[in-house]
Design a protein around this ligand. Structure first.
Ligand code: F6P
Length: 500
């Protein structure tokens, strides 16, 4: 179906023309209730959508577009584990990793795989996992890339300083630098290398794992390396062929997408750094958001509304860029995580049937932690020749924190959102006209997302919120959000180049 040929799409095109002189400063001034009525809540997360270029009519028309795309039916298929990843003939069943699905066999397998991983993490933290010489493991080096790294890296940092005795390192790039830093100062007898790879064919991960094994052998030639290499994968045979002992292979199903795998045993680094209870809380937060996505009425359904907003800006305002600015240093990896989640899911040029699309899909998603970003990209965001919608992500606990700098952090986020929306109108009148070069035009949209706290439950809910936002956009764009054929050519050309 060509969604852009539907009456719902054409109604939005007409509506966009009708908004050609829309001004956010006027809308916020003339409709004081807007700041209140355009606040939404899901699993404890608050989102203020009032600073968006939209009216009540916009929401009505966008919701009609969701119906035209049969969004409710696709959502049912997603959570039911139907094979909606058409090109690979698989489900995209990440929701089953955090809420037991009706299928008892699947539920049991997921629970068993999770329990094995969490028990192992607990034993590592208790010093009960011993190396080949009987010494407890003290350093864990996790090697993975893309979805096998970005989620664990984001959540491990988001939850603050790791607890427990284990020193955890995350390595992704094939550039030797990361692994060198991780291994510097480590002792082979007390080091465990964990290769995290769904396919167990990713060159960077396997080459780094080989280099780590070589390091082990060079430093402790007599060491039985199989006791110091674990694997987390959907391909256990490949892992064992690589040299991992069966007891140290943790598996998950092939229907777990790489960029949707933080909830699977790939989340081991999180459980090692913060404990199994934190990982369970992460899942609980995501499950709460899943329930909201399934049960909340469309007009209050936060992932649905955020996904629709994304389509509104890309396809009716011509936005090809979206910024995510987390106002929390612990969320500094969120932009990178969302780049893979959104751009690898929806950076597609054909629809589910392979027909070229006549409209844009994923924008460029980018960002940097605030307030740092205020000294690098906010000039562009305020006075550039085009606007990029901005997601501000912060935590309510900063607003009234006893720590003055956390209060300043939160106040900066609000000030920047107002400056984007209102421009000069946000300032108290100074009585003198500004030269054009100093004028900030405003009328630039943002969504203000506030977590109650920076804890595992809230972070889990946040990631599930963005997963479902991404899913909604893929459904509207008629694309398969769960394959990634575009990355294959790079692998093939590398092989071709190496073959000479
Ligand atoms: O970027 C392509 C990709 O397949 C991602 O989807 C995936 O997260 C990453 O590479 C790593 O894949 P694997 O977990 O199989 O090593």
């Amino acid at each position: 179906m060509d969604i852009s040929a539907t009456p719902a799409w054409q109604a939005l095109q007409r509506h966009r023309q009708a908004l050609s002189s829309f001004r956010l400063d006027a809308a916020l001034r003339e409709q004081p209730a807007r700041s209140r009525s355009w606040r939404f809540e899901a699993a404890g997360i608050e989102a203020d959508l009032s600073r968006n270029l939209a009216t009540d009519e916009t929401w009505k028309l966008l919701l009609a577009l969701a119906d035209a795309a049969a969004l409710p039916r696709w959502r049912e298929r997603l959570v039911a584990g139907e094979p909606i990843n058409g090109t690979e003939g698989r489900p995209a069943w990440h929701t089953a990793l955090r809420s037991a699905p009706a299928d008892v066999t699947v539920a049991r397998a997921v629970e068993q795989q999770r329990r094995r991983m969490l028990d192992f993490a607990e034993r590592l933290r208790a010093g009960e996992v011993k190396g080949a010489t009987g010494k407890p493991i003290e350093t864990v080096v996790c090697i993975g890339i893309g979805g096998s790294d970005l989620g664990p890296r984001l959540v491990t940092a988001a939850l603050g300083e790791p607890s427990g005795p284990v020193r955890l390192h995350l390595v992704s790039n094939i550039d030797p630098t990361e692994l060198d830093v991780a291994l510097a100062g480590a002792a082979p007898e007390t080091t465990l290398v964990v290769a995290i790879s769904k396919s167990f064919t990713t060159l960077e991960t396997l080459e780094n794992a080989r280099a780590a094994l070589a390091w082990l052998k060079s430093r402790a030639p007599a060491l039985d390396a199989r006791r110091h290499l674990a694997a987390i994968t959907s391909q256990p045979e490949r892992a064992q062929a690589f040299g991992t002992g069966a007891a140290l292979v943790f598996t998950f199903a092939e229907w777990v997408g790489g960029r949707y795998s933080v909830w699977s045993p790939c989340g081991l680094p999180i459980a090692v750094a913060h404990g199994p209870a934190a990982f369970d809380e992460l899942l609980r937060g995501a499950a709460a958001l899943d329930r909201h996505f399934v049960e909340a009425p469309p007009a209050r359904n936060l992932p649905l509304l955020l996904g629709l907003l994304g389509v509104w800006y890309v396809n009716f305002w011509g936005c090809r860029s979206r910024a995510v600015i987390p106002y929390a240093q612990r969320l500094r990896h969120l932009p990178a995580y969302l780049q893979q989640l959104e751009m690898e899911s929806n950076g597609k040029r054909v629809d589910r049937d392979g027909a070229p699309l006549g409209y844009d899909t994923s924008p460029v998603v980018w960002g940097e932690a605030g307030t740092t970003a205020q000294h690098s990209v906010f000039q562009f965001l305020h006075q550039g020749t085009f606007f990029s919608p901005v997601d501000f992500v912060t935590a309510a606990c900063f607003e009234h924190s006893a720590e003055p700098r956390e209060r300043l952090l939160h106040a900066n986020a609000l000030a920047q959102a107002d400056a984007l929306a209102l421009g000069e109108a946000a300032l108290k009148p100074s009585g003198s006209a500004k030269p054009q070069y100093a004028v900030v035009p405003g009328n630039r949209p943002s969504t203000f997302i506030t977590l109650p706290r920076l804890d595992a439950f809230s972070v889990g809910a946040l990631l599930a919120l963005y997963e479902h936002r991404t899913f909604v956009q893929g459904v509207l764009w008629q694309v398969n959000s769960f394959d990634q054929w575009g990355v294959e050519i790079g692998k093939q050309l590398l092989k071709q180049r190496l073959a000479g």
